[in-house]
Structure formats: structure tokens, C-alpha cells
Write a protein that binds this ligand. Structure first.
Ligand SMILES: NC(=O)c1ccc[n+]([C@@H]2O[C@H](COP(=O)([O-])OP(=O)(O)OC[C@H]3O[C@@H](n4cnc5c(N)ncnc54)[C@H](OP(=O)(O)O)[C@@H]3O)[C@@H](O)[C@H]2O)c1
Length: 235
């Protein structure tokens, strides 16, 4: 094992060797653009880390809010008979909100209503059954029935959860008209119509929250090939 000590003699030897070296022995000063690029890179890294930490905090650490106190005591959940909508309805009922459940099937709505009451006996539940893919007067009447179910009530939260998609992956030009039309009607038109019916009731009380259930398809893969209309409707 050899040990190289830094003595004036050794330093001098290194300097002499470097002076004759075929490579540059000192770096030129960094140009301004390089420093700016480094600063930009650092900014992006810090921003991404901050976004990730904020998400971790929101998703796992932050205590739940008092939704009824903050927004109002009633919530509307569309597509509440299954999947995410049913889970959201049960969660909101557990947090003390009363519910207006919206779906196509009266039987399924009645079943979920019973589940909600079993989980949260003090919850008041109203159901509105109508097809969110409806058009014209049927669509307008459906939204009016949702508004009527909320009349005089302290509506605080609207969850536009009901969603339609293709039965299977398909190129844009292969999607049958009734399929993409239903996707646009349920995901865009009906969500807008229900929001338009509910927001004035919130505005009258000066508070409320609207949650539109989106999809990773509109974020993760650009244009989400083979589900283009669905991804666009969830953007
Ligand atoms: N599951 C996923 O992996 C996923 C991923 C990303 C985003 N999402 C979004 O999350 C939301 C819920 O998805 P999910 O998988 O939980 O859905 P789901 O299990 O298929 O349930 C859909 C709900 O929407 C209702 N619905 C569908 N079409 C309707 C219509 N024309 N009129 C009235 N109600 C209608 C259904 O009611 P009935 O059938 O009882 O009438 C049902 O309650 C959707 O907006 C979806 O785009 C889901």
C-alpha cells in the first residue's frame, strides 16, 4: 500500500506533470446558458418532489375534512349503484352526509339505499332513477328531478361519477355511432346538465363542492389509443 502525502514537493511534482499533460488541466468557466439549464433542471426536480410530497400528504396523512360542516349536509352521487360511485356513497354517508343517489335501475338504487342505511342509520336517502344517456326533454326532465330532490335542502357535494365507455378497445373510426354518442352523453352532457342543475342551489348558499370523476386514460397515455372518445370525455 502506498500513501501519497500532500507536501509542497508533491504538489510541485503534480503541477509540473499537469503542465505537460495533453489534456486541459482546468475547466473553462461555465457559460451562462449552462448555469440557467442547471437551475431549470433543479427547479423541475424540486417542483416534482413538492408535488409528490403534497399528494402523499393529501392521500394518506391529512385528516379528513368535515364535509357536512364545510360544504353542506346533502350530497348527490351519480352512478351510485356500483363500483366507485357506490363506494363514494357509502363513504359520504359514513361521514354524516345525506344522499341523493342517481342511477338507471330502481332496483339497484333500492339495494344500495338499504346498504347505506345499514352502514349509517341516521343517513337520509333519496333516489332518482333516470338514464343519463337520455336526450332532449328526457334529459332535461331527469336533471330537473335531481334538482327537485334537493329543493330546500342544504346541498354541499355533487359527485359526477357515472361514466360510460366502449365495450372493448377499438380504433376511432370503428366505434359505432350509438357507442360514442352514449359516451359523450353520459360523461360530458349529463355531467354538465346535472352540475348546471345543482350548482345554483350551492351558489344560493355560497358553498359547495363538485367532484368530477376523471380517468388516468386522459393523463397517462397521450390520447389513449383505442379509447379516444372516452379519454377525451374524461380530460
Ligand atoms: N373502474 C375503473 O377502472 C375506472 C378507471 C378510471 C376512471 N373510472 C371512472 O370512474 C367512474 C365509475 O366507474 P366504475 O368502474 O365504478 O363504474 P361501474 O362499476 O361500471 O358503475 C357505473 C355506474 O354508473 C351508472 N351508469 C352508467 N351508465 C349510466 C347511465 N346511462 N345512466 C345512469 N347511470 C349510469 C351505473 O348505473 P346502472 O348500471 O346501475 O344503471 C353504475 O352505477 C366512471 O366515470 C369511470 O369513467 C373508472
Amino acid at each position: 500500500m502506498s500513501l501519497l502525502l500532500s507536501t509542497p514537493e508533491v504538489d510541485k511534482m503534480i503541477l509540473v506533470a499537469a503542465a505537460g499533460a495533453p489534456w486541459p488541466t482546468s475547466l473553462p468557466p461555465s457559460p451562462v446558458w449552462f448555469a440557467l439549464l442547471v437551475a431549470l433542471g433543479l427547479w423541475v426536480v424540486v417542483q416534482s418532489a413538492a408535488t409528490f410530497l403534497a399528494w402523499l400528504h393529501r392521500a394518506f396523512l391529512r385528516p379528513g375534512r368535515d364535509l357536512a360542516g364545510r360544504y353542506g349536509t346533502w350530497a348527490v352521487v351519480t352512478g351510485a349503484t356500483d363500483g366507485i360511485g357506490r363506494a363514494v356513497a357509502l363513504e359520504l354517508a359514513g361521514r354524516g352526509l345525506h344522499l341523493v343517489l342517481v342511477g338507471r335501475s330502481p332496483d339497484k338504487l333500492a339495494r344500495v339505499g338499504k346498504e347505506v342505511l345499514a352502514a349509517a342509520p341516521s343517513c337520509k336517502v333519496r333516489s332518482v332513477s333516470f338514464d343519463l344517456a337520455a336526450t332532449g326533454d328526457d334529459a332535461r326532465r331527469g336533471a330537473a328531478r335531481v334538482a327537485a330532490a334537493l329543493e330546500g335542502r342544504d346541498v354541499g357535494v355533487l359527485v359526477n361519477n357515472a361514466g360510460a365507455t366502449y365495450p372493448c378497445a377499438a380504433y376511432f373510426h370503428e366505434v359505432a355511432d350509438p357507442v360514442w354518442e352514449a359516451v359523450v352523453r353520459v360523461n360530458v352532457e349529463a355531467a354538465t346538465r346535472i352540475t348546471r342543475a345543482v350548482v345554483p342551489l350551492m351558489a344560493a348558499r355560497g358553498r359547495g363542492a363538485v367532484v368530477n370523476v376523471g380517468s388516468g386514460s386522459s393523463v397517462v397515455v397521450p390520447a389513449f389509443p383505442l379509447y379516444a372518445v372516452y379519454a377525451a370525455s374524461k380530460a
